[in-house]
Design a protein around this ligand. Structure first.
Ligand code: SAM
Length: 273
């Protein structure tokens, strides 16, 4: 199971080099860009950086905070938190190619001292109890069947009172998801929980639920605007499409239909350890 998820997300072993070459071919020098410029590539979730900033505002972060980003991908969420709160963020991700590229992008953007990236499994975190002041996970659990283990691990590594922000894709009441989707080319690696199941899972792991917010309508609007491409082009003309090639178009069309038909939902949960 784990191998299939890594294979789905891991493409090139030289992802950072490929990104740097693509940027230079378009006249852009990686080290002259800002974290916000990379949004279309490295904030791999609905509503991109704006959604991360909304979560960050609720996480009570300070410059002293030690934060864990579970399923950090190319590191956009980690860098946005580190840049805006001045905190230190450790990103953990199952896919080694993404961890290596995330570290390289942080180095380009002068955030290597504020972020580090480590390969690992969210259901078996390689950290001691109470290691972090806050944690976040964005669009990750849809690949994880053992969600009870993932959330128990998040609770274990957090200090009591620490905030855990969860933003994920959930199962809606409109029917099964349509594949391929960006998180799964086929159903065997897709494991969507319903909003009710999420609340039970998070409480069962020992979290106090502070807030839960549905954002499906906003996600649909955001994706419709992006696909209509009437707005200004992103500052960096490289998007998450890089990871999936031409198959990404079908994935996006399936997401649009699934959001409209409420087969998939987006929700965030703010919890306290
Ligand atoms: C859609 S991406 C989201 C990445 C990032 N959170 C973001 O929002 O930009 C999902 C990520 O979850 C990671 N992932 C999936 N299963 C995981 C697991 N069991 N442990 C850690 N990471 C996992 C994948 O490797 C991938 O990088």
């Amino acid at each position: 199971m784990t191998g299939k998820v890594e294979t789905h997300y891991g493409g090139s072993s030289n992802l950072a080099e490929q990104i740097a070459n693509d940027l230079r071919a378009k006249g852009l020098e990686p080290a002259e860009l800002t974290p916000a410029d990379f949004e279309a590539l490295d904030e791999f979730h609905f509503r991109g950086r704006a959604a991360t900033l909304e979560l960050a505002a609720q996480m009570r972060l300070t410059a002293q905070s030690k934060v864990l980003d579970i399923g950090s991908g190319l590191g956009g969420v980690s860098r946005t938190l580190a840049e805006t709160a001045g905190c230190h963020v450790t990103g953990l991700d199952l896919t080694p190619e993404l961890c290596a590229a995330a570290a390289e992008i942080s180095a380009w953007l002068g955030l290597a001292g504020k972020t580090d990236f480590q390969q690992g499994d969210a259901t078996e975190l390689p950290y001691a109890d109470n290691s972090f002041d806050a944690a976040i996970t964005v669009h990750v659990a849809m690949n994880i069947p053992a969600k009870h283990r993932m959330y128990a691990e998040a609770r274990r590594v957090l200090q009591p009172g620490g905030v855990f922000a969860v933003y994920d894709i959930l199962q809606g009441e409109g029917g099964e998801m349509i594949f391929p989707a960006p998180w799964a080319a086929e159903p065997s690696i897709s494991h969507l929980a319903t909003p009710q199941e999420m609340e039970t899972l998070l409480r069962g792991a020992g979290f106090k639920l502070l807030d839960s917010i549905e954002s499906t309508a906003e996600s649909l609007r955001w994706l419709e605007e992006r696909t209509a491409s009437t707005g200004p082009p992103p500052p960096v003309p490289i998007t998450t499409r890089l990871l999936f090639g031409d198959g990404f178009r079908e994935m996006v069309q399936n997401q649009l239909r699934a959001l409209r038909e409420r087969r998939m939902l987006t929700w965030s949960f703010l919890c306290e350890a």
